[in-house]
Design a protein around this ligand. Structure first.
Ligand code: WT7
Length: 642
């Protein structure tokens, strides 16, 4: 790959190129798009704006993303490694795939999909742990033009069922079981439960099962098929290469469900061309990719970070990616460092929560490993607090690796505000500067632009960029309402941020009722609905509180029906319910049974007050005169969970 022509090399180049990118975005992005493989070039670069919300990029263009991630690389990267697989257990042999081998596997898998009736436009749900077949499944869908919706393997059967119904999934791919640390995840049996919950029994026609462990599973006849048997059939038929289905630039590539301020998760839709170009260009520039680069993204394929910076961007840039199956502390808290040393990893993506958790083990687990290959440490998903920044800088990056704090979202497709490793300045606690084409703006509550530095405001984006969410699946009104109604003509991110004198952005946290627990985005309404569905519960309010490792913990205030007094039992019921409906990662850390919730005269729960109480900030509770029954507050404070 010719990165020379494609990458910025200095801060001054960033500044001049940034100006061009926002003043003449069409010229800018067209030049980037020229580097890819197209069946037909685009007729226009960017159509649609934040007024009409019919956003289209590279319309008229035709391509397939897998040809850009695989076929395009074959002449130069045929025998170079695309993927290293590091299994959970140290004793299990590692696996690796060259670009040619990965292409071959994707082609076989695509034949399997086709033989089983999957067509362009069909929705395919992938519920898999971190194994190569998960990535191959995603790419096989993209090759055939099917729309994948990957559901993180920590979600419950109920969550899978909701997603399957929302976007009309007809085909599911799952591994029999997964392994993470000491734990086994019986994924196939969770899918079985999920499919029993889907009301239309005709909806999902087939379940393709990847045999990853020796664990036995029940196979439903006519519906369930084994991948290895289907591949054997493909080979018997003499099939190997699978010509990529030609896609329109704006055809859907995938749907990723994410939490918002309402109870129902929304299907964020990304389309082929704009997403691919933005993913690749952010990756190559921010991580300063060079020939032979080894990249290790520790995020799960079930989240947007996995989609963009573990699958599509690294492959499209021809790097060697490490896929790790297990947890950072298995079999010891040295595991990540051992992987970095083993593969000579140059760029590493870590969530702040993982950093804080590893910090609790001190520096001993790091000392015996050579981490000198590391050039870029990228923190994603939550604010990276100062002590975590210092720890990474001193002990992981050995003061020479660039610490890159990148802000973005499921909806933005790729990184939006970030330093460029070693090129633009980096500053503790700041995500710093916008990427090319991104125009952030801070607005006050009334929608006026904040001009002063160091004043908090709502982070919004002023103009379209190639990887912006196009719609919410089958609910364009909700898309308009969520992102473009609070401040008309701006994309509303839901985060609060400020800007310093140099113009560097600092992200402070969510402004809406979305919690960020260990980097997992959880809607408080989603949790409240779930808790309120317990027999004993009348109503509930969920807020976050500061928690040292997870960043935010979940605090639930719960009002019980009269005569329900078995608190311990009810507590367990609530926790089980959340695990069952959403997933174990969303379990409340603290549950307090209260006599009532503070409400305004119009009946709105005053979460602001509950949040202060949960954070022990009782002196600063503020105005309470609008509450109907202020005595509930005294009760809540008196019985607060420590
Ligand atoms: C929310 C998006 C970034 C992709 C993975 C999460 C928070 C993200 C940062 C950062 C502070 C951050 C925001 C954002 N967030 N990156 N560098 N500093 N906060 O994607 O699940 O869609 O969550 O994560 O609150 O809105 P997501």
């Amino acid at each position: 790959m010719n990165f020379e022509r494609y990458q910025i090399k200095s801060y001054s180049e960033y500044l001049s190129k940034y100006k061009k990118s926002i003043n003449t975005p069409d010229v800018f992005w067209e030049a980037v798009a020229e580097h890819f493989l197209w069946h037909k070039k685009w007729d226009s670069v960017c159509l649609g704006d934040f007024k009409n919300l019919d956003i289209r990029w590279f319309e008229g263009g035709q391509l397939n993303i897998t040809e850009n991630c695989l076929d395009r690389l074959i002449p130069t990267h045929k025998n170079k490694v695309a993927l290293y697989f590091e299994p959970n257990n140290v004793e299990t042999p590692t696996r690796q795939y060259t670009y040619q081998e990965l292409l071959d596997e994707v082609c076989l898998f695509a034949h399997v999909l086709k033989n089983n009736g999957v067509k362009k436009g069909d929705r395919v749900c992938i519920y898999m742990s971190m194994i190569p077949e998960g990535i191959i499944a995603m790419l096989a869908c993209a090759r055939i033009g099917a729309i994948h919706t990957v559901v993180f393997a920590g979600f419950s059967a109920q969550s899978i069922a909701t997603r399957i119904e929302d976007c009309g999934v007809s085909f599911v791919i799952v591994n029999n079981a997964g392994i993470r640390g000491e734990k086994k995840l019986y994924l196939k049996s969770i899918v079985d439960t999920a499919l029993n919950l889907v009301s239309d029994k005709q909806l999902v026609r087939k379940v393709l099962v990847v045999k990853h462990t020796e664990d036995a599973v029940d196979m439903v006849s006519e519906r369930d098929i084994w991948l290895h048997e289907e591949i054997a059939k493909v080979k018997d038929m003499g099939l190997s290469f699978f010509p990529a289905v030609v896609m329109e630039a704006e055809d859907m590539l995938f749907i990723m469900y994410t939490s918002g301020s309402t109870a129902k998760p929304k299907g964020v839709v990304h389309t082929v061309a704009g997403y691919m170009i933005y993913a690749n260009y952010t990756f190559v520039n921010i991580y300063q990719i060079k020939e032979g680069h080894v990249h290790f993204c520790s995020a799960d394929i079930g989240w947007i970070t996995g989609h963009t910076y573990l699958v599509y961007a690294p492959l499209s840039a021809g790097v060697q990616s490490v896929l790790y199956e297990g947890t950072p502390t298995y079999p010891s808290p040295s595991r990540l460092w051992q992987i970095v040393e083993k593969y000579k990893v140059k760029s590493l993506i870590l969530a702040p929560t993982t950093i804080r958790m590893l910090m609790t083990y001190g520096t001993k687990p790091i000392e015996q490993y050579d981490l000198s290959s590391l050039k870029v440490i990228n923190s994603i998903g939550e604010p990276l607090n100062e002590s975590a920044w210092d720890w990474v800088h001193n002990h992981i990056g050995n003061k020479h690796a660039a610490i890159v704090d990148s802000w973005w979202q499921t909806e933005t497709g790729g990184i939006m505000i970030s330093s460029f490793a070693g090129i633009t300045p980096s500053q503790k606690s700041y995500s710093t500067l916008p990427f090319f084409g991104i125009v952030p703006i801070l607005l006050n509550d009334f929608g006026a632009k904040i001009r002063e530095s160091n004043v908090k405001g709502h982070l919004c984006i002023k103009q379209s960029w190639p990887a912006i969410v196009r719609t919410n699946y089958s609910d364009h009104d909700r898309f308009k309402e969520t992102y473009f109604s609070k401040f008309p003509n701006y994309y509303y991110a839901g985060d609060v941020a400020m800007k310093d004198k140099k113009g560097f952005y600092r992200i402070l946290g969510r402004a809406d009722e979305v919690l960020n627990v260990s980097g997992h985005r959880i809607g408080s309404a989603e949790l409240e609905n779930t808790i309120a569905s317990c027999e004993a519960v009348i109503e509930t309010a969920v807020v976050s509180f500061h928690e040292d490792i997870k960043g935010e913990g979940i605090y639930a205030f719960v009002v019980l029906k009269p005569n329900y007094k078995d608190y311990l039992e009810i507590r367990n019921q609530i926790i089980d319910k959340v695990a069952q409906v959403i997933g174990s990662f969303a379990k409340p850390d603290k549950i307090q049974f209260v006599v009532g919730l503070p409400k305004t005269r119009s009946g709105k729960i005053m979460r602001r007050i509950l949040k202060k109480i949960a954070n022990n900030d009782i002196e600063n509770i503020g105005e309470t005169s609008t509450i109907i029954d202020a005595s509930v507050i005294d009760d809540i404070i008196r019985n607060k969970q420590s």
